[in-house]
Design a protein around this ligand. Sequence first.
Ligand code: NAD
Length: 353
Amino acid sequence: MPPLDSGSELGAFSRYVLPYKAQRGPDTGMSDRRPPGTGLEDATVLVTGGAGFIGSHLTAALLPETDVRVLDDFSTGEPSKIPDGAAVFRADIRNEDALDRAMADVDVVFHLAAVVSVEQSVSNPIESHRVNVDGTLAVLERARREDARVVVASSAAVYGDPDELPVDETAATDPLSPYGADKLAADTYARVCADAYDLPVAVLRFFNVYGPGQRGPYSGVVDAFLQRAFADDPLVIHGDGEQTRDFVHVADVVRTLLAAASTADTGRAFNVGTGESVSINELADVVRDATGTSAGVEHVDARPGDIRESRADCTRLRDRLGVAPDVSLREGIGDLVAHRRSRDAGERPERLQ
Ligand code: NAD
């Protein structure tokens, strides 16, 4: 696999994403967020979905000190995202032999592999159920055999449209899509396995994660806006744009994943957001300011099933996991823009396909 050098998609953001390797120079102007270590230096770790957006950042944060394996079928992830040093199992999570081999003698599994597209889950709910639910159960079952700890990627989608904001982990769950239903089932299985088998499992309900390396048709609104803004195309907003989201930077998510791998407080779910929300109209303003684009916005039909308001209550995250997300949206987007500018220096901006 190619190394994560400064010209790679992730490399320029290494001060966020690889905080454990003293990547941040004194000239960055960023506050020092470097924890003492990952705490997993002596562990054998499996990252399912390690070629994806969040998984590749996590893998990069763990290497080279930790023995890291990645299991991924590259359906949305890319081999080039996996940093040097990881042992790669190219396989579907449902492939029992491959999962057995990847999980042999592991200490910790970060289970991130999933069909992440709501649209795909709507068009093929059986397939997404098999990957997202059966795949998670298969990981949990092997973790039981291996006596391994598991950190499961769940989602704010389990809440659907919450009755009250901010939404805490005890709020009613009422998913609006097959994807949300899958995540709720996986989240529930994980907590049930923790209880029934005394398995050390932590469940992380990610809100809207953004950051470098997030690409593709289902990558989310931040990447979509940036691509349009760099091409000076109008930013496309579904509906009136007053729907709100809690955007959390992937560096804060990686810190949370690592904290979840060592917490004594297992068997429960944790929201992973910032506790702040912005409307999509406000996000468009932040992106337009950061890029300086002259393009405006274009409102199109609202997406059916789109959640209206979303904001995490991060009390449990802060008090029990000891994580306080600290990359502001303006800072995170400003950094994405700066990186993109340096990467594209001398090149014409890519247009959205
Ligand atoms: P991603 O699509 O970039 O990563 C998912 C990875 O899983 C990809 O590398 C893909 O190739 C792999 N994968 C998919 N199906 C697989 C299968 N059957 N077998 C093996 N590998 C498979 O998505 P991401 O944003 O990095 O999401 C990681 C996790 O976090 C997912 O579980 C997702 O549901 C969850 N999550 C993400 C967000 C977000 O905002 N990005 C929000 C909530 C929850």
